[in-house]
Structures are given as structure tokens and as C-alpha cells.
Write a protein that binds this ligand. Structure first.
Ligand SMILES: [Zn+2]
Ligand SMILES: [Zn+2]
Ligand SMILES: [Zn+2]
Ligand SMILES: [Zn+2]
Length: 512
């Protein structure tokens, strides 16, 4: 029976249409206003509320990055235990829940007219999670409605007469109709599930969403599907909108409401989906990635390779045959960094994806690859002469942490004895990027040799995206590899921009 708690106990079959009708309706109700969700928004902490239920907004100071509309405005999360500051820029209408809300509303109103006139008395049983201040006396409400338990409970919530935390007692008005009402509920839930099921499919893998993750544009995908799509592009796989800080996905919370819907209505599909994911894990690249110690490579940047050693020809043939087209690129340690007995390669590297391959008649090959994401080597082994490893994906810190660091570092008072390096530390993130772009423009103006047309043809024009710019600069700038390597372990955009600003500062000092 419904007990007023958020996640009801479910069996393999999911919620029972008749016995747990109250819990079925709760899946569509706002925890704040108790109405069926209106323009639902899912917050970065994974909680959902109606747009009209959003708390008052205020302006945030000292944040310049990422430059996305709405980021300067924030509110304090009304959900326990979150309570943290959320940026409006991270909260769009939740497209999946919005569609589901529309479907349910239309469906319930149509089934009320279709079902027989079986009247039910619904009595609200108040079930406050805690004593709420200023609610001196709340009277439980009751109504006579029809259409079965699910439809009548939904109607009561839609009239604003059923608190989210309340349970409901049902009494048929006439005798001997219990079975008929139960049959109506079973039918309603079956049809309702059929209507909303397509909305709970991930548009990347076309299966029920596993660990649903919602983007700042309001689209939801399996966490892993989204993260893989973001390896290739920083656009939303649905609406193509640019998502800032593509590589922070792993740290964001799951969409709690979508998770609840799937767990409570489609547990059987979820089990199948989980089994499939477990099989994928067995062949997961992170547990067994072919490694190629050769050169420095970065996410989003191209790397051109000439493969001639037989063992690497074998490695490349295998990743082409198994369809992953991926391998890990590691650079070598300098003599100074190398420790006797230790590995010759660096700890951090980049997973490369083979975009194009040209196999020459003598078996050598020319590869055009693109960096996907960074990793840290945990363990290595040698397979048929080449290196493989268990690796750990290295993603950036979350946008919220990124913003907090900027706000903190830029609000430090200027010390009396200020130097250029100290000034770099306190520059707003957006100005750190501008400093880099300016430097490139000046270098282009004086036709610097390292910015030759050939280089630009390979790496493209300098990207205006702060997350990518340091990788681009490191790809074209003639400085020591050990310096360039520092970008790989760095997990914040701001940190990488500061590193590049210091390089530029040193180069300018040397020029004068
Ligand atoms: Zn609401
Ligand atoms: Zn929150
Ligand atoms: Zn998926
Ligand atoms: Zn989108």
C-alpha cells in the first residue's frame, strides 16, 4: 500500500495498478506545489520541480566562464539535502518529463470519459515528512470521483487537493464494484505505460535509459551514451546545442524523476538494459585499452601518425576490425623525469579515435586520429608485443566547481608587490582566454614561423572555446614537451588557461 514515501517498494512487475495507484500518481506530481508537474525543470542535483515553483533568483558575482545565457543568475536549491546554489543556465525545461506530463494529462482526461461510472470516495491521509511551519491547520480533503483509482487520484492532484506526501483511502460508493474498479486500473496503467514508454527511450541507443543524465538544454540520455557522444562533439545529440564543459558528465547527478519512472513502471526493461550494459562492460575499453607510447596528444585535437612497426600495425588492424577504432596515446618521459626501473611513458594520456586510415601497399599505414578524452594509466600488460592497459578516464571538474574557483581566485585583493605571474592567477577566466587569443593574433600579424599555413590547415584556426584553446595552443606552440604535458593531468579549464598564459608570458619576456 502507499505509505507516502518517495520511492515505493517495487517488484519485478513494477507498481501495482490498483494497490499502488497513489504511488503511480505521485510519479507525476511536483514535490513542492503537489500539482502534476507544470513545465518541469530538472536541477543539476537531479531533483525536479515546476518552473513556477523555482525560488527567487539573484545575481552571482565574479564568474565569467562559461559564457552561457543565464549563468549569472542563480537560486538556492529548495530540495533537502542539496540546498546548494544552482545556476539558471543549468536548468532548462526537462523535455522528457514535459512530454510525459502532457501525455499523462491528455490520457487521463480521455479515459475518464471512456471508463464506466464507478464512483469512488477518495480521502486524503496527511503524511507530512516533518512539521512545516506556518501550516497551522491543514484539513485533509476528500472527493467523490470516478474513472478508477489512478484516474481519480490524478484528477484530485490536478485540482490541487492532494498533497505530494499524502496517501489516499478509497471507498467505492456502490457495493460489489471492487473487481470492476481494479480491472479499470489495470487497463489504465497498461495503456498509460504504452503511451509514455517511447519517451523513456534514449535517443542514442534506443533502449530504456540507464542512469538517465539530463543536459543543460533539457535533453536526457543514458549517462554512458551521453558521455560517449560528448567524446566526439560538444553538441547535444538531440538539439545540437553546444554544451559547455563537455567532459564533466561523470560528475553530474542522475535525473531522479526519470529514474523513478523507469524503476517503478518498467523494472523488467531496466533489468534487460542492465544485463546488456554489464556485457558491454566486459569489453569496455577502460579495462583493456591498447596503448601506443609515441607522442603527446590532446582531446579534440588531431594527431597524424605513420605506423610502420609490425606490432603497432597489428594493434591498429585489431582496433579497426573490432570496430572501436580507439587506442590510448602516451608520450615518453624526458630523461630527467625517467626513474630507473619505472615506465618510460607518462602516466596520463589521451584516447584517440581513428578518423581516416590509408594503408600503403607495403603494409605501413597513415592515420588521421582525433583525441576523445584523457586517461590515467592504472596498470599495463604486453599483448603480442604491444602495450595494453587498464585506464581511468580523467574528466574535468563540474561547472559549479569551475565557477567557484574563479569566483574565489578573482576576488583576492591585489597584493602591494604585484608581478605579472601573480596577475595571471587573478585574471577572470574569460580574460585568460582573451590573453591567449590576443597573443595568437599578434603572432599571426608578424607571420610567426610556427603559425605556418600548414600548421593552421592541420589544427584549424584558434578555437574560441576556453576548454579547447589550451590544447590547440599546445599543439602548435614550439615549447618543450614536458611543459606541454602539464595540460594532461589538469582537470579544470581555468587551470589549463593559466598554464598557457604563463607560457605566453615567458615567451614574451624572452622576445624583448
Ligand atoms: Zn510545482
Ligand atoms: Zn539541488
Ligand atoms: Zn542510451
Ligand atoms: Zn539538447
Amino acid at each position: 500500500m502507499s505509505d507516502g514515501t518517495r520511492s515505493a517498494t517495487t517488484t519485478q512487475q513494477g507498481l501495482d495498478a490498483h494497490q499502488q495507484a497513489r504511488d503511480v500518481v505521485k510519479l507525476f506530481q511536483c514535490e513542492h506545489c503537489s500539482y502534476p508537474l507544470r513545465e518541469p525543470m530538472t536541477l543539476p542535483c537531479g531533483n525536479t520541480l515546476c518552473r513556477p515553483c523555482l525560488p527567487p533568483l539573484y545575481k552571482r558575482e565574479n564568474i565569467t566562464y562559461p559564457v552561457v545565457e543565464g549563468r549569472s543568475e542563480a537560486f538556492l536549491c529548495p530540495f533537502e539535502p542539496c540546498g546548494s546554489e544552482h545556476s539558471v543556465g543549468d536548468c532548462a525545461t526537462d523535455v522528457t518529463l514535459n512530454k510525459i506530463g502532457d501525455i499523462v494529462k491528455t490520457f487521463i482526461s480521455s479515459c475518464k470519459s471512456k471508463t464506466p461510472e464507478l464512483s469512488l470516495l477518495l480521502e486524503e491521509k496527511l503524511n507530512w515528512p516533518r512539521m512545516v511551519e506556518n501550516t497551522v491547520e491543514v484539513m485533509p480533503r476528500s472527493r467523490v470521483l470516478h474513472g478508477g483509482r489512478i484516474a481519480s487520484t490524478f484528477a484530485m492532484a490536478d485540482m490541487g487537493e492532494l498533497d505530494f506526501h499524502s496517501s489516499v483511502a478509497y471507498t467505492p460508493i456502490e457495493r460489489g464494484v471492487s473487481d470492476a474498479i481494479q480491472a479499470v486500473d489495470v487497463n489504465v496503467l497498461e495503456n498509460l505505460k504504452a503511451a509514455i514508454r517511447p519517451e523513456l527511450e534514449c535517443q542514442v541507443c534506443y533502449q530504456v535509459m540507464l542512469d538517465p543524465s539530463t543536459t543543460s538544454c533539457g535533453h536526457t540520455f543514458c549517462r554512458r551514451c551521453l558521455s560517449r557522444a560528448m567524446d566526439h562533439s560538444n553538441h547535444c545529440p538531440m538539439c545540437r546545442r553546444v554544451l559547455p564543459l563537455a567532459h564533466t558528465q561523470e560528475t553530474e547527478s542522475s535525473n531522479g524523476r526519470v529514474t523513478d519512472l523507469i524503476q517503478n513502471l518498467f523494472p523488467d526493461l531496466l533489468t534487460v538494459r542492465k544485463d546488456l550494459a554489464a556485457q558491454e562492460d566486459m569489453i569496455d575499453e577502460e579495462t583493456n585499452l591498447p596503448l601506443f607510447p609515441c607522442t603527446l596528444a590532446y582531446p579534440r585535437m588531431p594527431t597524424f601518425l605513420h605506423i610502420f612497426e609490425p606490432r603497432y600495425r597489428l594493434m591498429i588492424r585489431r582496433v579497426l576490425e573490432n570496430g572501436t577504432r580507439k587506442f590510448g596515446m602516451l608520450s615518453y618521459k624526458s630523461q630527467r623525469e625517467y626513474q630507473p626501473g619505472g615506465p618510460h611513458w607518462q602516466e596520463y594520456g589521451t584516447v584517440l579515435f581513428i578518423d581516416r586510415v590509408e594503408i600503403l601497399p607495403d603494409g605501413r599505414s597513415l592515420l588521421e586520429t582525433r583525441g576523445l578524452y584523457k586517461f590515467r594509466v592504472v596498470e599495463t600488460a604486453v599483448v603480442d608485443g604491444y602495450l595494453t592497459g587498464r585506464v581511468q578516464r580523467v574528466d574535468d571538474i563540474s561547472i559549479h566547481e569551475e565557477e567557484a574557483i574563479e569566483a574565489q581566485e578573482t576576488s583576492v585583493a591585489t597584493p602591494l608587490e604585484d608581478d605579472e605571474l601573480g596577475r595571471i592567477q587573478r585574471l577572470p577566466t574569460q580574460q585568460l582566454l582573451a590573453y591567449g587569443l590576443d597573443f595568437i593574433r599578434q603572432a599571426q600579424g608578424r607571420s610567426a614561423r610556427w603559425l605556418h599555413q600548414r600548421v593552421l590547415a592541420a589544427y584549424g584556426q584558434p578555437p574560441e572555446d576556453a576548454a579547447t584553446f589550451p590544447y590547440w595552443l599546445a599543439s602548435v606552440l614550439p615549447i618543450a614537451e614536458t611543459e606541454k604535458y602539464t595540460l594532461l593531468p589538469a582537470t579544470s579549464v581555468r587551470e589549463r588557461l593559466k598554464v598557457t598564459a604563463e607560457w605566453i608570458h615567458q615567451l614574451e619576456q624572452a622576445r624583448w
